[in-house]
Design a binder for this molecule. Structure first.
Ligand code: GAR
Length: 217
């Protein structure tokens, strides 16, 4: 069966991007990173992509801090389509995704969040968990929908919160798990094993062919 093409949107350090690139190069996932797009010209994620011979594209984000105007998001869509992307992975992409992107890639955009959703959505999930006083936290890979951090959950991993944790130590413990579950989620998608039913993402036991993305839309 064919390998899928992944487009990654990243705003910063890109360690989750790296985990997907490494898994792809190691052959443990049936996916190749075809393009990395950033809204931040200086994102380390772009450097990481270039180092691996992956197209790295900066798209100037425009006037807003946390979103993009539809015309700018359309540039992302065009770029993703040019690279024949089947699956879009948000990896530390710090903007809210809107209809332009959602409509172009229905049920084909996933995100990693550093908390156990539906707890602590939005920014600083690790700090929110620490401040709340939970004893366990973790990370979540989920489909992206119009509501922030609210789409169907694909995989979660848990970590304990230690008595002396700071935001940094908890974030590091969670990040280790992020790097495991994000490639796993990409692999499940690549194998056609994710099926969204209402708000649940079911994981099918058998591999299925992933239909090519409709080229017209
Ligand atoms: C990760 O911890 C990711 O879960 C988080 O940003 C970090 C990016 O790290 N994402 C969010 O908080 C999204 N709301 P990375 O650039 O090294 O992958």
């Amino acid at each position: 069966m064919r390998r899928i093409n992944v487009g990654v949107l990243a705003s910063g350090r890109g360690s989750n991007l790296q985990s997907i690139i490494d898994a792809s190069e190691a052959g443990t996932i049936d996916a190749d990173v075809a393009v990395v797009i950033s809204d931040n010209e200086d994102a380390v994620a772009l450097e990481r992509a270039r180092k691996h011979g992956i197209d790295a594209v900066y798209i100037a984000p425009g006037q807003y801090k946390t979103k993009m105007e539809p015309e700018i998001e359309q540039k992302m869509v065009d770029c993703l389509r040019e690279h024949d992307v089947d699956l879009v992975c948000l990896a530390g992409y710090m903007r809210v995704v809107h209809e332009t992107l959602l409509d172009a890639f229905p049920d084909r955009i996933i995100n990693i969040h550093p908390a156990l959703l539906p707890s602590f959505p939005g920014l600083h999930g690790q700090k929110q968990a620490l401040d709340y006083g939970v004893k366990w936290s973790g990370c979540t890979v989920h489909f992206v929908s119009a509501d922030v951090d609210a789409g169907a959950i694909i995989i979660q991993a848990t970590v304990p919160v230690e008595e002396d944790d700071t935001e940094d130590t908890l974030s590091a413990r969670i990040l280790e798990q992020e790097h495991k579950i994000y490639p796993q989620a990409v692999h499940l998608f690549a194998q056609g094993r994710l099926k969204i039913e209402d708000r649940r993402a079911r994981v099918l036991p058998q591999r299925q062919a992933v239909p090519a993305r409709a080229r017209s839309g």
